[in-house]
Design a protein around this ligand. Structure first.
Ligand code: SF4
Ligand code: SF4
Length: 434
């Protein structure tokens, strides 16, 4: 399979300037209309609408860039109604980096409407300032208490976000205010927490932190870390994304860590793939960036294959953007029998803000995945992305427990009757191959 070369990718990297339009058009026009992307695109599979598949989106973008089509809300809708799941990029025989092109096209659209104005305000004013962000989330937590409750700690969103949508309760305290800043001994790991683990799944952040320490590492949690910026990048606000990335690069470089590890599949995509394009490959002071199951496996995790059945949901950002497929399964199989869904790699329909602004379609995609997860007969679904956890909890509505792989493993370890620390790690933790 012919894939786009790294240097070429860099040429069309994130922040598109007006003078770069011809280059972007050349990239967009590499599409050979083979329709392979139709086989995999979750939005197309649910709608059979040509404007909701990469081929159609690229066609619209091409027409806009060549001046046949005016930049309009219609074009924005075509580029926005995408889960950014990378499945089309993964299957594309000519190696078009579709998601990047959609983001670049999105950044060229003028005149933000009220919705874009408000999201930009969040990206540029709140996310770069931790105290303001904390305050914003504290207010959101109080506001959340006014919403009706559902099973499993879920609350309905107000009507302005579509009435049926449920979200988990925000954490009482952000993970960053709870985790020790420095603990353990061994190779130094800087833990990148990310927004959802910080403000929603703080217990998952604690479990990840615990496992890293148990894996024989010195774990550092830089307090000054900020949002990774992927949401801003996907919304076309490349300036805000770059600002957040630059800040995080300076914070993590100062840690002098050997590894930067995150338990969020989406943040891992940003840190591994977008930061190097924006800031250069050594952005973290030379530290190797890894997703947590990838890291634990490389450190010498020894699977046991005992315990209660569990099924695993592949986050699109893990499977299609990073190609990390086996590692979470190996980590889980240390403590449980892993039951595969009929079609591994199906999208849950989350896609960040996609699930808010296109809830009907998001739900249709998510329900299909919920059904096949239930069909495995497992009581629990584990995954490696807090965004998928949020979406799956809504889709499953209490029919199955939804957790992160590190939650499942930490619980099995603390139960003490199936697994000891000596079982969890290889006798001698290995250095991570670069
Ligand atoms: S990123 Fe996903 S949703 Fe968007 S066009 Fe590609 S396959 Fe479809
Ligand atoms: S798979 Fe690639 S080349 Fe084929 S239609 Fe889709 S975007 Fe175009």
């Amino acid at each position: 399979m012919l894939k786009i070369q790294g240097s070429r990718l860099k040429e069309v990297a994130c922040a598109t300037q007006p003078g770069e339009k011809p280059e972007l058009l050349t990239e967009v026009n590499r599409c050979v209309r083979c329709a392979r992307c139709k086989e995999v695109c979750p939005a197309y599979r649910a709608t059979h609408d040509e404007r909701k598949v990469a081929r159609g989106r690229l066609m619209v973008l091409s027409q806009m860039l060549s001046g046949e089509l005016a930049p309009s809300p219609g074009v924005r809708e075509v580029l926005d109604a995408c889960l950014k799941c990378h499945q089309c990029a993964d299957i594309c025989p000519v190696g078009i980096d579709t998601v990047r092109l959609f983001c670049q096209g999105r950044s060229l659209l003028p005149g933000p409407g009220m919705r874009s104005f408000l999201t930009r305000l969040v990206f540029r004013l709140i996310l770069p300032h931790r105290r303001l962000y904390d305050l914003f989330m504290r207010l959101a937590r109080w506001g959340q208490k006014l919403m009706p409750r559902r099973a499993g700690g879920l609350r309905h969103l107000p009507l302005m976000f579509e009435g049926r949508r449920s979200v988990p309760e925000l954490a009482k305290r952000p993970a960053l205010s709870v985790l020790s800043e420095r603990t353990g001994r061994g190779p130094r790991v800087a833990f990148y927490v990310g927004c959802l683990l910080n403000y929603v799944y703080a217990d998952t952040a604690s479990n990840a932190h615990k496992l890293l320490k148990q894996a024989g590492c010195e774990v550092i949690v830089p307090q000054a870390q900020l949002c990774c910026g992927l949401a801003a990048l996907y919304a076309g606000d490349t300036k805000a994304a770059r600002r957040l990335a630059t800040h995080n690069a300076s914070v993590f470089s100062e840690c002098e860590a050997e590894y930067v590890v995150t338990a969020c599949a989406t943040c891992a995509t940003m840190l591994k793939q977008e930061y190097p394009l924006m800031l250069g490959p050594g952005w973290a002071g030379g530290a190797q960036v890894m997703e947590i199951t990838e890291f634990l496996t490389a450190r010498g995790y020894r699977p046991q294959g005992r315990g209660t059945p569990v099924t695993y949901h592949d986050p699109c950002h893990m499977r299609f953007a990073q190609h990390v497929v086996e590692q979470p399964r190996r980590v889980l199989s240390a403590v449980a029998q892993v039951r595969e869904p009929a079609e591994a790699g199906r999208c849950c329909g989350g896609g960040g803000t996609f699930s808010i602004y296109h809830y009907g379609l998001s739900r249709e995609i998510g329900q299909a995945q919920a059904k096949q997860l239930k069909d495995t007969g497992a009581q629990t679904v584990a995954t490696t992305c807090p965004g998928c956890m949020l979406q799956l909890a809504d889709m499953l509505g209490g029919d199955m427990e939804v957790c992160h792989v590190v939650d499942f493993v930490a619980r099995a370890i603390s139960s003490g009757n199936r697994i000891e620390r000596g079982d969890f790690l290889a006798t001698e933790p290995r250095p991570v191959p670069s």
